[in-house]
Design a protein around this ligand. Structure first.
Ligand code: 16G
Length: 167
């Protein structure tokens, strides 16, 4: 990834390879069923009951979709616990000369680790990754409270509306 394309500045300087004291940024692993990944997602929304088998099966089916699911986690290596996560999903299109569109999803940093630029690092990394893999755009949904945060990385409020049908 070309970090010189970063629009957000990190003070103090952190990066994907050096996210902070005792922290590492890495892809999600099947073993993260036991490291608090689902519990972290629970700070974002309802996770429900996901058994070990369900987790493994979903992990395997995502992995089988080549170049589609990029799930990053931040791990505190002192506790071996996941303390943050974010996903990039790459959707294949016919439009724009059979282009790809990225979606940044499920961005969360544990309450105890906020204020360390970790959300910024997760979003910036996935945004650069979306560009790197050739997406023509990358989108995300957020609350009014988070608009300013995402503005820092080049995300603008779209002229289009976000529509949803929930089941
Ligand atoms: C937020 C998340 C989205 C997540 C949703 C869950 C980001 C940038 N946005 O919109 O990815 O899936 O919340 O909320 O992380 P829900 O459970 O109400 O669908």
């Amino acid at each position: 990834l070309d970090w010189s394309q970063c629009s957000a500045q990190f003070k103090p300087a952190i990066s994907a390879t050096a996210p902070g004291d005792n922290l590492i940024l890495r892809p999600l692993q099947a073993s993260d069923y036991d490291t608090g990944f689902l519990q972290i997602l629970g700070q974002l929304t309802s996770v429900g009951d996901v058994s070990r088998e369900m987790f493994q099966s979903r992990f395997d089916s995502m992995k089988a979709c080549k170049d589609t699911y990029y799930i990053l986690v931040l791990e505190d290596i002192c506790t071996s616990q996941v303390i943050g996560a974010a996903s990039l999903i790459v959707e294949q299109k016919f439009i724009h000369s059979a282009a790809m569109r990225g979606r940044v999803e499920d961005v969360v940093v544990s309450k105890d680790y906020r204020g360390k630029q970790l959300g910024k690092l997760l979003v910036q990394t996935l945004t650069l990754l979306a560009k790197h893999v050739g997406c023509y755009k990358v989108t995300l949904e957020c609350s009014d409270d988070n608009i300013k945060f995402y503005n820092n990385f080049g995300y603008e409020k779209s002229a289009e509306n976000y529509m949803v049908a929930r089941f």
